[in-house]
Write a protein that binds this ligand. Structure first.
Ligand code: SIN
Length: 345
């Protein structure tokens, strides 16, 4: 069994010093609402405010001194570069203060893995940062948001969570931002690290870690988003049988697009029509990363494809490879340099 840490409450009647945890709310189903407690679909995400979320789980105040701030209140399908930059810059400022010991971010589950990975690569602190959300709206019978929020605060309050990069706390499990993805459209058991396994779990406020991810993150990451006002434009191109997406490849390269991640078939294969178009676009400076639509396994560009400049995403799914490519493009436009970044991260 992994290392454990009991949530701070009291010992022998003596109050322990509680950590200061800031909750940043961005919306999602955890803040979703509908006029029936039976319904878990058809609700509106991003309605309920941060104060209501905090007051719904008074037990978190036994774990930490809690403050909250509403950053956005959106369905995470509408997540934007602007909100990512606001979040990372705000978190870097907050965590540089002695007054803040950890951060919890409430977020829609649909794009949580992308925000988590972006923050994992751009936050410059070893203090814990934990994302959480819910699969059932706040109005639902057996809503999962309150327990997820409790667990996220327990994790962010734990000294054991320091230096482990950005984490996701959902359904009693801890996942690393590097590996986690959403795997089920509706079920509460949806966040999995398919290539790595669960990073840990949380039982009754006690933290158990199974492993520590060894790819560079937070303070060891080369990426710095503190002074960025925008991010390079990177799109995703999907591959499929009877490919008709030659047009899509052209449309994606609209002049602003600096990179394309291909959600290839199998181990990242790209239909020959699509590939011919991409080769032409690469001559004009487009960076192309090959990932897979399969969801597990590793994609390496073949020797011949590497020579042409194609870059393998390794085990990063297309949406995560997109995040890394956006950040890599803030450092270099050179395919060889970007290939090195994909090897490392
Ligand atoms: C969203 O991602 O904002 C809606 C879905 C969810 O949070 O589960």
């Amino acid at each position: 069994m992994g290392v454990t840490h009991a949530a701070p409450t009291t010992t022998q009647g003596k109050a322990m010093i509680k950590p200061n945890i800031m909750i940043l709310a961005t919306g999602g189903t955890i803040a979703g609402s509908i006029d029936s407690n039976i319904k878990t679909t058809g609700y509106t995400a991003g309605v309920v405010g941060i104060d209501v979320l905090i007051n719904a789980v008074p037990e978190i105040k036994n774990l930490a001194n809690i403050k909250g701030e509403q950053i956005a209140n959106i369905d995470s399908a509408d997540m934007s570069d602007e909100i990512w930059l606001t979040l990372t810059q705000k978190i870097n400022t907050l965590l540089s203060s002695k007054e803040v010991d950890g951060i919890v971010i409430t977020h829609g589950t649909d794009t949580m893995e992308e925000t988590a990975f972006f923050l994992h690569l751009t936050i410059k602190s070893d203090k814990p940062v934990v994302l959480t959300g819910a699969m059932r709206p706040s109005t639902a019978m057996s809503a999962d948001g309150p327990k997820n929020l409790y667990n996220a605060v327990a994790l962010a309050s734990s000294p054991l969570a320091k230096g482990k990069g950005v984490m996701v706390a959902m359904n009693d499990k801890i996942q690393s931002a590097r590996f986690v993805s959403k795997t089920h459209a509706l079920n509460v058991e949806t966040f999995k690290s398919l290539n790595a396994g669960d990073m840990g779990y949380i039982l009754d406020g006690i933290i158990y870690f199974n492993y520590i991810p060894n790819y560079p993150h937070t303070q060891k990451s080369i990426f710095d988003a503190n002074n960025l006002k925008s991010l390079p434009k990177v799109d995703i191109l999907y591959s499929y049988a009877n490919d008709g997406s030659d047009i899509a490849a052209q449309a994606l390269f609209n002049g602003n697009t600096k990179g394309i991640v291909v959600a290839g078939t199998g181990a990242g294969s790209i239909h020959k029509n699509q590939k011919d178009t991409l080769k032409q676009l690469m001559k004009k400076g487009l960076i192309v990363v090959q990932s897979s639509r399969v969801g597990t396994g590793i994609v390496l560009a073949s020797e011949a494809d590497s020579k042409l400049g194609f870059i393998g995403a390794k085990d990063l799914n297309p949406q995560k490879a997109r995040v890394l490519l956006m950040l890599a493009l803030t450092k270099s436009n050179n395919p060889t340099e970007i290939a090195k970044i994909f090897q490392q991260y």
